[in-house]
Ligand binder design. Structure first.
Ligand code: NDP
Length: 444
């Protein structure tokens, strides 16, 4: 059995009931095959793959908190410090009822390579809890966040592990967590990113993942002889990533015609009205039915379905495994030329393979959505310097980072004889730097 197959079997056996983690490992290891096969003896002797697929540390803890009626609730919380070879652990905190250890491990594993691709000194980690902030009062959310941080604060710090937002963790949650960290640890430091502007946050962090997705998409299109202006874009999700992806796509001259949430989706052939969408999602935290009620050109549909809309470019920006093989077939049949992942692992493996085989340009999330974590790293730099950079400065650094990410994965794919396979290119480019650092640091 090859080393890659051996390690994958070991992951499945030792991590039962964690299908998303298996999926993420399989995707990465498959595309690393040419690199591993060429160095098999050395990597096997150093157990490099076994070490890279095993988190350095996994924290599991309970979070008790009291609701507005005086009822006590208990949530399960996680922080996985996956790989610190190239810098302090960095990765978001997801608050969603679907969160479990397998999901956090898949996200933490992906984060290692994503962070490496940014070219910045950040290791891979991820965390969260099966808490659902939806429908909870501000006081209840604060109670949860304070209890969560009371435990987590023992294991994180500006130079050790710097969490950020993710699904369900926005500016409000980060604020409550930061306040509690400061109160318990008594230090004012950049221990979290995605902070509010009045207490150490970075301009352009809110926009960074969505904007970065479009900077990379634009570069990928250019490299393949296309222009984004005038294209029709289909977006899923209506959260942080989706909203700012839609905004930048519009700024670059494309027309965005869909948005979705966990209950339904909207099709607006005139182009999404972003101010209205922001008002509904960022301010009122309401459902998309309100969008359709306020805008006569929009149609609301229950359930899923954005991928059935004819488009040139598809941007999955909601959650994992939301673009399935049947969706990929619809996209191809409708003439889609590019898919770029704003979310983490939104496209299933068979859908990805189908898109690639159909010559659709495909940018994987670990490259395409790296703008968020890259800007978080810029926030860390600003906190360390005790300075704040202008929006334009952060945005221009973000753009350069995304262009460089595309170039490095394009080049890695070409170097290993897989030109145009940006999944392989991203995994290889991300892996080589981490593997090199791990080798240099000895058996740790
Ligand atoms: P938000 O919580 O702001 O938004 C998530 C969106 O996806 C919402 O519209 C939500 O709908 C929808 N959604 C969530 N879960 C499901 C589900 N199971 N089925 C259908 N729709 C769902 O999160 P973000 O925009 O921050 O994150 C979106 C994705 O991008 C995630 O995969 C995240 O890991 C990834 N990402 C985020 C980064 C960031 O900087 N924020 C950085 C890099 C990656 P509803 O409101 O109804 O739940």
């Amino acid at each position: 059995m090859s080393y890659v197959d051996e390690v994958y079997s070991m992951v499945v056996e030792k991590n039962p009931a964690q299908p998303e983690f298996h999926q993420a490992v399989k995707e990465v290891l498959e595309s690393l095959r040419p690199v591993i096969d060429a160095n098999e003896e050395k990597y096997r002797k150093d157990a490099l793959l076994e070490r890279i697929v095993t988190p350095e540390r996994q924290l599991l803890f309970r979070v008790p908190w009291v609701d507005d009626q005086g009822q006590v609730h208990v949530n399960n919380a996680f922080r996985v410090q996956f790989n610190g070879a190239i810098g302090p652990y960095k990765g978001g905190l997801r608050l969603h009822p679907s969160v479990n250890l397998g999901i956090i491990k898949f996200l933490g594993f992906e984060q290692i390579f994503k962070n490496s691709l940014t070219g910045l000194p950040i290791g891979g980690g991820k965390g969260g809890a099966d808490f659902d902030p939806k429908g909870r009062s501000d006081r209840e959310v604060m109670a949860f966040c304070q209890s969560f941080m009371t435990e987590l604060c023992k294991y994180i710090g500006a130079d050790t592990d710097v969490p950020a937002g993710d699904i369900g963790t926005g500016a409000r949650e980060i604020g409550y967590m930061f306040g509690q960290y400061k109160r318990i640890r008594g230090v004012y430091e950049g221990v979290l990113t995605g902070k509010g502007l009045s207490y150490g946050g970075s301009l352009a962090r809110k926009e960074a993942t969505g904007f970065g997705l479009l900077y990379l998409t634009e570069e990928m299109l250019k490299a393949n002889g296309h222009d984004i202006a005038g294209k029709t874009v289909v977006v899923s999700g209506s959260g942080n990533v989706a909203i700012y992806a839609a905004q930048k796509a519009q700024e670059l001259g494309a027309k965005v015609v869909t948005a979705s949430d966990s209950t339904g989706w909207i099709y607006d052939p005139e182009g999404i009205d972003l101010e209205l969408l922001k008002e509904i999602k960022e301010v009122k935290r309401a459902r998309l039915t309100e969008y359709a009620a306020k805008r006569s050109s929009a149609h609301y549909h229950e359930g899923r379905g954005v991928w059935s809309v004819k488009c040139d470019i598809a941007l999955p920006c909601a959650t994992q495994n939301e673009l399935l093989l049947e969706d990929a077939k619809l996209l191809v049949a409708n003439g889609c030329i590019a898919v770029a992942e704003g979310a983490n692992m939104p496209t299933t493996m068979d859908a990805t393979e189908y898109l690639q085989a159909s010559k659709v340009l495909f940018a994987p999330g670990k490259a395409a959505n790296a703008g968020g974590v890259a800007t978080s790293a810029l926030e860390m730099s600003q906190n360390s310097e005790r300075l704040s950079w202008s929006f334009e400065e952060v945005d221009s650094q973000l753009k350069n980072i995304m262009i460089n990410i595309f170039r490095s994965l394009d080049q890695a794919a070409k170097e290993y004889g897989m030109a145009g396979n940006y999944v392989a290119g991203a995994n290889i480019a991300g892996f080589l730097k981490v593997a090199d650092a791990m080798t240099a640091q000895g058996i740790v």
